[in-house]
Design a protein around this ligand. Structure first.
Ligand SMILES: [Zn+2]
Length: 511
């Protein structure tokens, strides 16, 4: 051990001298060189680089109770990490704070049987907007009555834990009646099979722990004489402050801005390294390597806060732009979950060619979809449309008419046999079996899919940095070195080895 340490120290010393000894070589390093061609940019935007950022997000989660939820220190540390990397790369960085209404479990809820034996933990799920507490007490069953009337609690022993069945009224009303009768905590059990995953609603402010269990567990507990249980909940509910991170290239036309976004927050249940550490890491890797690329248009990268609370950060951002500022955004690209373990290469359906769900995106969205399709075609991958379902941060941009697009590799949806035949993986399983769970860790990834899509982020961002003409008619330039002309489909874009350029064939070329 010791000897190895000495050798490494010597090596470190040699390496630290290298830039001085070989100053010429450092010009070509990705930290310093100008990535103004597809080839150069894709040499520097690597899977390893993106994985480094995902590893950092995992380390941050590990140090903060396993979560990176907006309003918690794990999110704030994620913001600090991204900001540090962006500053080091030379982008113009702005951190935009905003307040939002939220509910967060600050530590795992503990529900355990204390007596009689067998004692031990009981599977449960904290009700959203539960209060905090740590109560060990006898359990009184409010049954077969549902607890919807104050009278259901007549004679309830004050200080006991109330056990109540779901049904007939809101969870909040049951919990309120129990609280008013002197209950110290509340367990509500399902009235149908399956885990009870309930909410008390954000107007519930009583400081009492409330959790849910299955019908089986609830009936078993109700039938246990002399039952004593412990319920410990540690929660935050109310208004929290969180942040968007916005970073712009110092170069480029500020009146024709290309926006590239990914949400940075995780759900409360886990570290969120795929959802959305994948998109966050990929756009950070691209931003770092495009800081010196002098394109035609300004590129503005965004890491959104509180997406998982209802697109709060992106909505706040868009709503705080003036009409003139909105008009300067040429297009928006969204990357939310782009390395799902059981992936499909989905492209947002800008032209509604799939004719399912929401209609087409704003004019120009079809051309964005086409660009990604061209990328996949030129890299010998298959792709499939996915609806603008409103489930990610493109929503507020589409709502104000900004052309949008992006990639997605699947969440809780189930892979079909036909999809497995094309992309491999497991038919009948979720695209991401760890979606919104504690197992969404550094290992929850399909490396090859993530690599392909990280390159797609680089490719699309560089293309639009030079020209958004096919999308909004604003003239640009060819990406240097890219062959012009080509497929003639009007919106195809070139790729190393590809045969066409990012420009419309009829595009006036500005020099
Ligand atoms: Zn997401």
């Amino acid at each position: 051990m010791r000897r190895r340490f000495v050798m490494l120290s010597v090596l470190a010393l040699v390496l630290s001298l290298t830039p001085v000894v070989a100053a010429g070589a450092s010009v070509n390093s990705c930290d310093t060189r100008v990535n103004n061609t597809y080839k150069k940019l894709l040499e520097c935007v690597t899977l390893d680089g993106a994985r480094e950022h995902q590893a950092a997000f995992q380390t941050i989660a590990d140090a903060n109770g396993g979560i990176r939820t907006s309003g918690t220190p794990g999110y704030d540390d994620s913001v600090a990490y991204v900001v540090e990397k962006l500053n080091a790369a030379g982008l113009n960085v702005m951190v935009q704070p905003f307040d939002f209404q939220t509910f967060i479990t600050l530590s795992p809820t503990v529900l355990e049987q204390v007596a009689p034996p067998p004692v031990g933990p009981v599977v449960n799920r904290t009700m959203s907007y539960s209060g905090s507490g740590d109560v060990t007490a006898a359990v009184s069953t409010v049954s077969p009555i549902t607890g919807c009337n104050a009278g259901d609690f007549a004679g309830f022993p004050s200080g006991n834990i109330a056990l109540i069945s779901r049904g007939a009224c809101t969870f909040a009303l049951k919990a309120t009646n129990a609280y008013n009768a002197g209950a110290a905590a509340v367990i509500i059990y399902n009235n149908i099979p399956g885990q009870l995953n309930g909410t008390l609603g954000n107007s519930f402010t009583l400081n009492i722990g409330v959790t849910g269990v299955t019908q089986d567990v609830g009936q078993q507990l109700a039938a246990t004489p002399g039952l004593v249980m412990r319920l410990k909940t540690e929660t935050f509910r109310g208004v929290a402050t969180t942040y968007n991170v916005i970073a712009e290239t110092p170069w480029g036309n500020p009146n024709n801005v290309v926006m590239v976004g990914a949400h940075l927050d995780s759900v409360n249940a886990g570290p969120g390294i795929q959802d959305n550490g994948s998109g966050s890491a990929a756009i950070l890797e691209v931003a770092e390597n495009m800081a010196k690329t002098k394109g035609v248009n300004k590129v503005r990268f965004a890491w959104w806060g509180a997406e998982e609370s209802g697109l709060v950060g992106s909505t706040f951002y868009v709503n705080n732009l003036s009409q003139a500022q909105q008009d300067k955004i040429a297009l928006y690209l969204n990357f939310d979950m782009i390395g799902s373990p059981n992936h499909v290469f989905f492209v947002y359906d800008g032209d509604d060619s799939d004719a399912v769900g929401a209609g087409p995106g704003p004019a120009g969205s079809a051309q964005i979809e086409k660009l990604f399709e061209t990328y996949y075609a030129n890299t010998n991958n298959s792709w499939k449309g996915t609806d603008f379902s409103g489930r990610s941060d493109y929503g507020p941009f589409i709502a104000v008419g900004i052309p949008s697009g992006g990639l997605f590799t699947g969440a809780e949806g189930i892979k079909t046999d036909a999809e497995a035949a094309i992309w491999g993986g497991t038919a009948g399983d979720q695209y991401d079996p760890c979606y919104h769970l504690a197992c969404d860790t550094y290992d929850n990834i399909n490396l090859s899919a993530f690599d392909t899509n990280t390159d797609a982020v680089a490719f699309s961002t560089l293309t639009y940095a030079f020209s958004t003409y096919p999308v909004n008619g604003v003239p640009g330039k060819h990406v240097p070195g890219a062959p012009s002309g080509g497929s003639g489909n009007g919106s195809a874009a070139g790729y190393p080895g590809g045969d066409s350029s990012g420009l419309h064939d009829d595009e006036p070329v500005a020099e």
